[in-house]
Design a binder for this molecule. Structure first.
Ligand SMILES: C[C@H](O)[C@H](O)[C@H]1CNC2=NC(N)=NC(=O)C2=N1
Length: 160
């Protein structure tokens, strides 16, 4: 069964992006090792960053304060994300058309995760993706989780 054209493009574009990223990562690793990689991942305008043992830079993050939760977290709760019992984390299940679309969706998010060095906790079964977001380094929700959740929403909207 041939995939609809848009799905083929989504998959092709995402895998193309992944391939380009892999080429960059490999060449950075070949030339500068982890230093090369941290240059690849770090962005010029990063004002506060830490360099972890792996040499990757990571924006210093802190837990969301009450005002940020009201302003930035509430819209996500309105969009179907829920607070996780017993954890300072948010959860949402995404239901895609089939596995192809789900895996392509995950590939797109994975590229952002690698770029900002912030990774979701997720489980995929066929066309469903169960996503939990929290920032392990601070033991709770940070601006990185808001950024990633909004990216999940944006990617999902593109498929509607
Ligand atoms: C060493 C590495 O930079 C850290 O472990 C990064 C990687 N990805 C991460 N992802 C998430 N969700 N939280 C983190 O604190 C985190 N830290």
């Amino acid at each position: 069964m041939l995939l609809p054209k848009f799905a083929q493009n989504v998959i092709k574009n995402n895998f193309q992006k992944a391939a380009n990223l892999l080429v960059k990562v490999e060449s950075a690793a070949a030339t500068g090792g982890f230093v090369g990689l941290s240059r690849l991942y770090s962005t010029q305008n990063q004002t506060t960053a830490t360099t972890s043992a792996t040499g990757k830079t990571r924006k210093m993050v802190v837990k969301l304060n009450e005002q940020e939760r009201a302003e930035k977290l509430q819209p996500l709760l309105d969009a179907g994300w829920t607070l996780v019992d017993g954890r300072d984390a948010i959860y949402k299940q995404f239901v895609l058309k089939d596995f192809n679309q789900a895996f392509s969706f995950m590939t797109g998010v994975a590229l952002l995760a690698e770029k900002i060095n912030h990774h979701p906790e997720w489980f995929n079964c066929y066309n469903k993706i169960n996503v939990t977001l929290s920032t392990h380094d601070v033991g709770g929700l940070s601006s990185q989780d808001i950024r990633m959740a909004n990216y999940f929403e944006k990617q999902a909207d593109l498929l509607k």
